[in-house]
Design a binder for this molecule. Structure first.
Ligand code: GAP
Length: 458
């Protein structure tokens, strides 16, 4: 079955019943647009983050990782423009009083074809009027004018709540990469071009969150900033466009559900910007962004901090502020894309099965150990479990028929199931079943770790 026929509700339901994702604060009736990752969800998301880190940090000698604090000096957000000008263009429906982002309304209406985030408020209002875009909630057509809404969550530091100690929960992780750029450069002796990457939580008081993990108020970003000379910057930009696409394809997203969306209108400092869009069950939507940010970020931080942020070329002694190419992808949004892509309902000869065709490298469990008959094979199976769990996330299941146990592993995407039976006890062999082909082969117990290790390489 092609996932174009699978609704978001179906994915939400499978996630809930299988322990991928639960509603946040569920026993209190939930807390809108927050989600908790369950036992298999946390493994999946961690594996996705690890795959990203491996590809972009471990395998690239010119990229260095950091983990910056979520709470930063409030001046950071003045320099970045988040305090004064950053703001989502909100509109209220006068009929039902619901609040929406004007750019998101246009993007949904145009199925991602119109780059609304780069439009001015006047252009957004005109487009909505000209195209008679109605309220998604009550279908009315009676909008307020657009007003700016700052989506940063504010809190206070210290005990006084008089506004003097306001701090913000970061709305993006990249500022920690900018503020640490010289620390990283000095300590690693990196030469331009080099990159800084990090994975961490961001928070946005989104006006129109929703669609499950797609747009939430708390989420994780995987961001990378490449610091480079202007002359090489467009090549690096093009390179990250290809690398970003290749990465998500290698993780299993199909080519025909991915496309580039180059922005025609750019922020005043930007030289180029592109999203990679994925065809979610809700339509074509942004999966990640690649941005050529010029010298904007470092120049602003230099101005606001009063610190020179020039890079000095060790060969020419030339001093300059590097250009920045940014690659940014949401870990939760990518997890959602992978869940949508991997989920399938397959019609078998006498049965149907639900299965998650995850790439084995990101599957929550790599292998499940199943004693064929609980009474006779449990002891040996526990031995096998002990051996395998030292190497991989391994599950163990001894309840129900072997067919039912296979189905339970299929729907959480376990790529291999090992059946422990009399042969395991007598001659040290096991049967190993492949999730996708459902074929079984016999292996010697001592060869299993090697066999699985090869299969789960990324
Ligand atoms: N530093 C650049 C930046 O933050 P962005 O386009 O606002 O750019 C980058 O965000 C990526 O972060 C998006 O492509 C998306 O994958 C993810 N993202 C942004 N807002 C999100 C939200 N509210 N919920 C989930 N993921 C989000």
């Amino acid at each position: 079955m092609d996932n174009k026929n699978i609704s978001m509700d179906k994915i939400v339901n499978v996630c809930k019943t299988q322990g991928f994702v639960f509603q946040g604060s569920e026993i209190y009736g939930g807390f809108a647009n927050t989600w908790d990752f369950g036992p298999v969800g946390v493994e999946l998301k961690n594996n996705i983050k690890r795959a990203w880190w491996k590809r972009f940090v471990q395998e690239d000698p010119s990229t260095y990782g950091i983990d910056a604090a979520i709470l930063m000096n409030p001046k950071v957000w003045e320099a970045s423009g988040h305090v004064s000008s950053f703001g989502d263009p909100k509109m209220d429906c006068k009929k039902c009083k619901q609040r929406f982002r004007a750019d998101t309304l246009i993007e949904s209406f145009s199925n991602g074809e119109v780059a609304a985030e780069a439009m001015s408020n006047e252009e957004l209002e005109k487009y909505i009027q000209d195209n008679h875009i109605v309220c998604p909630s009550c279908k009315g057509f009676d909008w307020t004018n657009i007003r700016k809404f700052n989506p940063m969550f504010k809190t206070t530091r210290g005990t006084l709540e008089d506004g003097a100690d306001v701090v913000y929960l970061r709305p993006e992780t990249c500022q920690g990469e900018y503020t640490n750029y010289l620390n990283v450069q000095r300590t690693t002796r990196a030469k331009v071009p080099f990159a800084i990457a990090q994975i961490g939580k961001s928070f946005r008081n989104e006006i129109t969150p929703g669609n499950f993990l797609f747009r939430t108020i708390e989420f994780e970003q995987m961001e990378l900033q490449k610091f480079c000379k202007e002359q090489e910057s467009m090549d690096i930009y093009a390179d990250y466009k290809s690398k970003a696409l290749e990465f998500v394809q290698d993780l299993g997203l199909s080519k025909d559900k991915l496309r580039y969306h180059d922005h025609d209108k750019l922020a005043h400092y930007a030289k180029a910007a592109c999203d990679i869009q994925y065809k979610f069950p809700i339509g074509w939507e942004e999966l990640n962004g690649i941005h050529h940010r010029g010298v904007w970020d470092l120049s602003r931080h230099s101005e606001f901090s009063g610190k020179a942020l020039d890079y000095q070329d060790p060969e020419t002694n030339e001093k300059f502020i590097p250009n920045i190419i940014e690659y940014s992808i949401g870990a939760d949004r990518l997890t959602l894309a992978i869940l949508c892509e991997a989920y399938d309902e397959e019609q078998l000869e006498n049965d149907t099965r639900e299965v998650m065709h995850f790439h084995p490298a990101i599957a929550p469990y790599k292998v499940s150990v199943l004693p064929l008959v609980k009474k006779f094979h449990t002891e040996k199976a526990k031995e096998v479990y002990k051996m395998l769990s030292k190497e991989f996330m391994t599950s163990y299941d001894e309840t129900g028929s072997i067919g039912k146990r296979y189905r339970r592993q299929d729907v959480i995407g376990t790529p291999y199931c090992i059946t422990v039976d009399d042969n395991t006890i007598n001659d040290g062999t096991v049967t190993i079943r492949d999730r996708d082909t459902m074929e079984q082969i016999t292996l010697k117990l001592e060869d299993v770790v090697d066999y699985i290790s090869k299969k789960i390489k990324f």
